[in-house]
Design a protein around this ligand. Structure first.
Ligand SMILES: Nc1ncnc2c1ncn2[C@@H]1O[C@H](COP(=O)(O)OP(=O)(O)OP(=O)(O)O)[C@@H](O)[C@H]1O
Length: 553
């Protein structure tokens, strides 16, 4: 995980070094201030040397202005770096998520994945960039303060070191509690995110079942569980900061109490005592910040574990390292050869040594009872899963030997649940063929019966369709999906109940469009209602077996 994080920081190593150098100069300016104050008091004010006083005031002012400008430059570069690293990390995780198989998503809560992409990544980035950079400054400030205290009075270094050690030990004792609390806090926020993601998707369902109050109570229960832990975490985090602050305040009071005697005996000057108090504060604050970094490290570790678990997920299928070229033409004979399939984590066979041959360019009906495994076959064809046993062959070659993206361009599935993204009708139809012209998109929309006498798409292909097509009918969504397929012109088209939501007349019209548009291509119609179409081959899925009959009706 550290290597993964380092990979994102490495390209900006030069800029990071520059930021560190600039901030170190600013830290140096901060360290010089108490020393100037000491000279101002002991050599200027107590000796009434006004020219010396004004010289030091001018130097102090110059240092203060330069530090402010430098800090501004540091902050600006640093915020931009920090954002760039965060975005690169998130893009990498998103890329990884897009490579995962449906099994991962069916077994995980969407809110949990979102929370890893959002909160956890932000936590890691805060630590990897913000905290680490601040830690370098803090270490320099701490060491510099101790060295300067040494030059003022060596015994005072022992007092300072004592305060730092006691504070560190105290926070160390809190470490296990902090770690547990942080983990629980992340789990709570991920549960709440998951709750919203799930419920916002089915507000109508909740309303239809008059379950509003039940859902509010569920949220309230999640909040109650979160509140208790959040309060405990806040308390522990507060103690980790407040106790060292209290120890410092008491030490400063003690130093003034005992120090006054040393001033009277001439062992220390007033300026040196004031400079010491200032350095003590300057060294305690970096020590506390470093301890704070330790708290950030604990939080980042929890987030890293969660992100690592996500990054460790492997896709159930992958392209071979040396894929073979697709046959030409790409719609060769499609053959299921003794294919068996069991879903990961399940024991029931969906397919059991199933065999069938689909001739090139044929139009095929695949039927079977609900739950028989028809959609599973479409998933196997597009390689979302691989058969547990047996092979699926295209043009005589195992489809597992092709590059997955190439295969999915050749075998395209119009599924029952047509996906619609927020944007125009054209954006949706063009999703699989990004370079298609407006004219081609328009033609595909017309062929799919979207624009004919449709008051819904008043702006034609420029009509905006809402998120997930929530403002469209089921039939309209399916026709968008079909238009997408018509534009993509895959060599093998699978229509998995892709017209189930349209009326019979429209369905027949669509089927005849598909028949004309895909006359020399392979089309597999997965359907409960075969209609009165002519199919070259009919295959029925019965108890995991593919029973094949040529022709019909
Ligand atoms: N991810 C999964 N993990 C485990 N079992 C699954 C998974 N997806 C589907 N199944 C099971 O596999 C079987 C076949 O499902 P599939 O969706 O392929 O059937 P289908 O013939 O398309 O059904 P329908 O006609 O109702 O859409 C069903 O029993 C289903 O519960």
């Amino acid at each position: 995980m550290w290597l993964w994080i380092a990979g994102f920081i490495k390209p900006y190593a030069g800029a990071l070094v520059l930021v560190m150098v600039l901030s170190l100069i600013a830290v140096g300016g901060g360290l010089a201030q108490p020393y100037l104050t000491k000279s101002l008091i002991d050599d200027g004010i107590l000796r009434s040397d006004s020219s010396f006083i004004w010289t030091l005031v001018a130097i102090g002012a110059a240092i203060a202005v330069c530090s402010t400008v430098l800090n501004f430059l540091v902050r600006r570069t640093y915020v931009s770096l920090s954002c760039t690293v965060l975005h690169a990390m998130r893009e990498d995780i998103f890329k990884h998520i897009l490579s995962l198989s449906p099994t991962y998503f069916s077994g995980s809560k969407q809110g949990d994945i979102q929370s890893r992409l959002d909160g956890d990544i932000a936590e890691i980035q805060r630590f990897a960039v913000d905290t680490l950079l601040a830690s370098v400054n803090n270490i320099i400030m701490l060491v510099g303060s101790l060295v300067l205290i040494w030059t003022l009075s060596p015994p005072l270094v022992i007092v300072t070191a004592g305060v730092i050690i006691i504070s560190t030990l105290f926070v160390r004792c809190l470490r296990p509690t902090l770690e547990t609390m942080s983990r629980r806090a992340r789990l709570h926020s991920s549960a709440i995110m998951g709750f919203f993601v799930e419920k916002l998707r089915c507000v109508k369902f909740i309303q239809a079942h008059c379950a509003e109050m039940r859902e509010i109570h569920r949220l309230s229960d999640l909040h109650i569980a979160m509140r208790g832990d959040a309060l405990r975490l806040q308390f522990v985090a507060y103690a980790a900061h407040a106790v060292p602050t209290l120890i410092t305040s008491l030490t400063i009071l003690g130093v003034f109490g005992f120090g006054s005697g040393y001033i009277a005996s001439g062992e220390i000057t007033l300026g040196a005592l004031i400079a010491f108090v200032s350095y003590l504060q300057k060294s305690i604050s970096p020590a506390q910040n470093l301890l704070g970094s330790y708290v950030s490290l604990q939080k980042a570790r929890v987030s890293m574990e969660r992100v690592k678990a996500l990054m460790d997920e492997r896709p159930a299928v992958a392209s071979p390292s040396e894929p073979i070229l697709l046959p030409c033409p790409a719609n060769g004979i499609l053959e299921f050869r003794d294919v068996s399939f069991i879903y990961p984590g399940s024991h029931a066979h969906v397919l059991k040594t199933a065999s069938a041959v689909i001739p090139s360019g044929s139009h095929v009906l695949l039927s079977g009872k609900s739950g028989a495994g028809k959609t599973t076959i479409t998933d196997l064809l597009q390689r979302y899963y691989d058969p547990s046993e047996g092979q699926i062959l295209l043009g005589g070659a195992n489809i597992a030997d092709f590059n997955i993206a190439d295969l999915r361009r050749v075998i395209y599935v119009v599924s029952q649940e047509a996906t619609v993204v927020h944007g125009t009708l054209a954006d949706n139809i063009r999703y699989g063929s990004p370079t298609a012209s407006d004219k081609e998109v328009h033609n595909a929309a017309e062929l799919a019966g979207l624009l004919v006498n449709s008051p819904r798409f008043v702006d034609g292909i420029r009509t905006i369709v809402g998120e997930r097509g929530a403002d469209l009918s089921g039939g309209e969504r399916q026709r968008i999906s079909l238009a997408r397929a018509l534009l993509m012109k895959p060599e093998i088209l699978v229509i998995d109940e892709g017209t189930s939501a349209v009326d019979v007349l429209t369905e027949n019209a669509l089927f005849s469009t598909i028949r004309n548009g895909f006359s020399n291509k392979t089309v597999i119609y997965v359907s409960h209602r075969p209609g009165d179409m002519h199919y070259d081959v009919c295959i029925e899925l019965v108890r995991g077996q593919l029973i094949q009959a040529r022709s019909v009706p």
